[in-house]
Design a protein around this ligand. Structure first.
Ligand code: COA
Length: 447
């Protein structure tokens, strides 16, 4: 094996241009205490697409900004992979639409580029990065980079419990040799099983068993962690500066983080140090049956969560990864990549030099599969993070009232007759421009 360095060279984020305030606008209409959203789920707002936005426009706009910023032309890109759970066609991949958009604004074309669409719920964005990594390390890339775009409109049926966790946005990532942002580990861990927690059988809005999904997320993530350790050795909490995890809502990550911490502190000096305060972790051999062991484990975890040692680790390693998610909701395939950006952005804002620091990245897709890998922050990371304009985008969103929210939600239900006026005027971006004769969606670049 060579020591070729491959990873994420650049990232751009495009958020849907509308916002639903969960505490101020949504909670009162649902008859809920705002604390259910802000404290329980950890969410303040959701991003929504304007009437002319969809997975193609959001993905193309993120990719366009990325290519312009990095001075790239189509000839520099050897593959375009789109990860999405919101595709509107069973045959023609979203990447062809996005390439078509980009060809409107660049002189060259993407005819040479291998294009595809990856599906495995929210883990597909990470799988597309893996595909690009493998393509480069196999030497098939001819010096070119890969464009990976995770784009979703994560809308749930009205009155579904998941309605509180909606969101819409895209993350475009350039995967290349000698990356400027993070290098990817060769080692990976997987936890994968046939599960029924979230699915979309020929329907736009998902069927979700949210409570089950929480359990499956935790079980598969644990498997992936154990599998990762089997190839890379035991993990210690101090090994990692940040832990960006898939974030369907920040409360999910809060649940996962304490379990991960318990796992990675077993048989370490941290378990020894906490012995006086909360005892040692229960071991299965000390119990007659599984139920008693699980109860003891639950009690220990509750106590662990309240220790200063755990809280300090959580505040330093996990909390910074959740800040953008709190304002945008779930972006499905883009969610873990938003978490990575949030965390690095927080370090940049604190003036910390993160070069050489490690990230423990946990991706998850319902159905279900988790993947753990490690990333190493690269020398030019700060330039990449400073170049983002995500704060400006979040600030510029139109704040929907409840009636407007209902209209926008309906307008995105694959409804060809869009009765809703746009809320923000498009400016130097790709927009949805109606339907073609074969039922294809059409797009144009607005100057
Ligand atoms: N103050 C503080 N916390 C509050 C509260 C208040 N006033 N009211 C409720 N809460 C807490 C609850 O205790 C709960 O936290 P806990 O799970 O730690 O106990 C949390 O807020 C959510 O409340 P809950 O009653 O469980 O919400 P819900 O039944 O309406 O649905 C989900 C929550 C997560 C199941 C639902 O939003 C969902 O299905 N989301 C989609 C998940 C998904 O898409 N998964 C697939 C991708 S991973």
């Amino acid at each position: 094996m060579t020591d070729q360095s491959v990873g994420i060279d650049a990232i751009e984020i495009h958020t849907g241009k509308l916002k639903l305030d969960l505490a101020e606008t949504f909670a009162p209409k649902m008859g809920d205490d705002p604390g259910k959203y802000t404290k329980g789920l950890g969410l303040y707002a959701s991003s929504f697409p304007d009437t002319y936005e969809d997975i193609v426009t959001m993905g193309a706009n993120a990719a366009h900004r990325l290519m312009d910023r990095k001075g790239l032309e189509p000839e520099d890109i050897g593959r375009i992979d789109v990860a999405t759970e919101s595709a509107f066609d069973h045959s023609k991949p979203v990447s062809t639409y996005i390439a078509g958009c980009l060809e409107q604004v660049y002189e060259g074309d993407f005819h040479h580029a291998n294009k595809g669409e990856r599906k495995f719920a929210c883990v597909a964005g990470t799988q597309s990065i893996d595909d690009a990594y493998n393509w480069i390390r196999a030497g098939r890339h001819r010096g070119r980079a890969a464009l990976v775009i995770a784009t979703d409109t994560a809308l749930y049926a009205r009155d579904d419990p998941g309605e509180a966790t909606q969101g819409a946005g895209a993350v475009a990532m350039l995967i290349d040799e000698d990356p400027d942002l993070v290098e990817l580990s060769n080692a990976q861990g997987y936890g994968s099983a046939d599960e029924t927690d979230f699915l979309k059988p020929q329907q736009q809005f998902p069927s979700v068993d949210g409570k089950r999904s929480v359990k499956v997320y935790l079980a598969r993530m644990r498997e992936a962690l154990v599998d990762y350790e089997s190839v890379a050795g035991d993990i210690h909490p101090d090994d990692f500066r940040l832990g960006p995890f898939h974030t369907p809502f920040p409360g999910m990550v809060r649940k996962a983080a304490v379990l991960a911490y318990r796992h990675i502190t077993r048989d370490t000096e941290i378990e020894d140090d906490l012995d006086d305060q909360i005892g040692r972790q229960p071991r299965p051999e000390a119990f007659d049956d599984d139920a008693a062991y699980m109860d003891a484990l639950g009690d220990y975890t509750d106590k662990l969560k309240d220790t200063d040692r755990y809280q300090e680790w959580y505040d330093r390693t996990i909390d910074p990864t959740l800040s953008i998610s709190r304002e945008v909701g779930n972006w499905y395939t883009g969610s873990v990549h938003v978490a990575r950006v949030s965390g690095l952005k927080a370090l940049a804002e604190d003036g910390e030099d993160a070069t050489g620091q490690k990230l423990l990245v946990g991706s998850y897709g319902s159905g279900a599969q988790a993947e753990i890998h490690v990333e190493t922050v690269q020398e030019n990371w700060l330039d990449e993070i400073d170049a983002l304009n995500v704060d400006e985008q979040l600030e510029a969103r139109y704040d929907l009232d409840f009636d407007e929210y209902e209209d926008v939600h309906d307008a995105h239900n694959f409804d060809e007759e869009r009765g809703v006026e746009e809320f923000r005027t498009p400016d130097e971006e790709f927009v949805f421009d109606g339907w073609g004769r074969m039922g294809e969606r059409k797009y144009q670049y607005v100057e």
